[in-house]
Design a protein around this ligand. Structure first.
Ligand code: NAI
Length: 329
């Protein structure tokens, strides 16, 4: 079994080499992202392994099929970068639906604590031996309301942490789970009542820009928005406006709608042309991380293990529980 592995980062290789040895898979690592121009690197392989910023559109799928490739293995949970309609009946798409929900939830909460207690600013100050506390007054979380949009695995893990901090947790999810023990409310109520709003739903046509100008207006004054899900859930222009006007108290962003050409790369010696992102990063009440919420040792091991299991299952033509299909209306 040979798999072409696109957008390889140094932290990917070890776990996949080890899992590959266990499962009899030869991973061929390429640093480049998968696009219509780089597809040919997969020649001679049984499938491709891709991540969130690889392109798996109709053109790429046509080219893969032209090379006899029938497997796209996502090494992530989200699959909004795959044209499932184009894949239907031609290419099997598998993903890793869950590898460490706590990794993402913990990162979301870490960002929140960092922002609320101004750790990001204090860290920079003390490195310069500036021990002044001016401007570092924090905001407590105990007794405040945490609103969760999308109460799946990660949303629930976040809810548990928030509850541990003494927060009241409200959840919005169009598919409430009977066994979650969560207090489900309408999206409107969650927006209105939350001091902290954390997004944990998938990006779909329906959820794109769900946090737009109107939603931000409906939010509580001074609320903090956390997005560790997908960038395009939030209208970034509206977010910037909400922050600049003082309507929002802050934003913790692990994802950004135009992140594909930026995140995961070292651009420190270049001028980043995305003015919106540059402005967001420059604000004192915004923390941006580069889609790293998943990145723990535990999660990387689980991703390599589950992806390898998916690959073997599909190539043996057995049914795979992690297959992703276009939803039928
Ligand atoms: P999940 O499938 O367990 O939960 C998603 C929840 O969203 C479900 O309960 C679903 O009913 C709900 N939902 C669906 N449509 C909705 C809507 N219109 N409004 C509100 N809720 C809606 O998924 P999981 O594992 O909790 O992951 C959530 C998201 O986190 C993923 O879709 C992915 O985009 C993101 N993610 C981000 C990572 C990172 O490193 N930043 C890593 C892994 C996932």
């Amino acid at each position: 079994m040979k798999m072409a592995f696109f957008d390889t980062k140094p932290y990917d290789e070890r776990g996949f080499r080890e899992a590959g040895e266990r499962y009899g898979i030869e991973y061929r690592f390429f640093e480049t992202k998968l696009t219509a121009h780089t597809c040919s690197l997969a020649a001679g392989c049984d499938g491709v392994v891709v991540f969130v910023s690889d392109t798996v559109d109709r053109e790429v799928i046509d080219r893969l099929c032209g090379m006899g490739i029938r497997l796209v293995a996502l090494r992530c949970a989200g699959f909004n970068n795959v044209d499932l309609k184009a894949a239907e009946g031609r290419v099997t798409v598998v993903r890793v639906p869950s590898y460490s929900p706590s990794a993402v939830a913990e990162h979301a909460f870490a960002l929140l604590l960092c922002l609320c207690r101004r750790i990001h600013r204090a860290y920079l100050r003390t490195r310069e031996f500036n021990f002044s506390l001016n401007g570092l007054t924090g905001k407590g979380l105990k007794g405040k309301v945490a609103g969760i949009v999308g109460a799946g695995q990660i949303g629930r893990a976040f809810a548990e942490i928030a509850a541990g901090f003494g927060m009241e947790v409200l959840a919005y999810d169009p598919f409430p789970a009977a066994d979650s023990g969560l207090a489900y409310r309408s999206l409107d109520e969650v927006l209105k009542r939350s001091d902290v709003l954390s997004l944990h739903c998938p990006l779909t046509a329906e959820t794109r820009h769900m946090i737009d100008g109107q939603a931000i207006t409906a939010m509580r004054d001074g609320a903090v928005l956390i997005n560790t899900s997908r960038g395009a859930l939030v209208d970034s222009e509206a977010l910037l406006h909400g922050l600049r006007s003082g309507k929002l108290g802050g934003a913790c962003l692990d994802v950004y709608e135009e992140e594909t050409e930026l995140f995961y790369e070292d651009l420190s010696d270049r001028t980043v042309r995305d003015e919106l992102l540059a402005t967001l990063i420059s604000l004192p009440n915004v923390i941006v991380t580069s889609h790293q919420a998943f990145l723990t040792e535990e999660a990387l091991t689980a991703i390599a293990e589950i992806t390898s299991r998916n690959v073997v299952t599909v190539l043996k033509r057995e049914p795979c529980e992690n297959e992703v299909r276009e939803k039928r209306a």
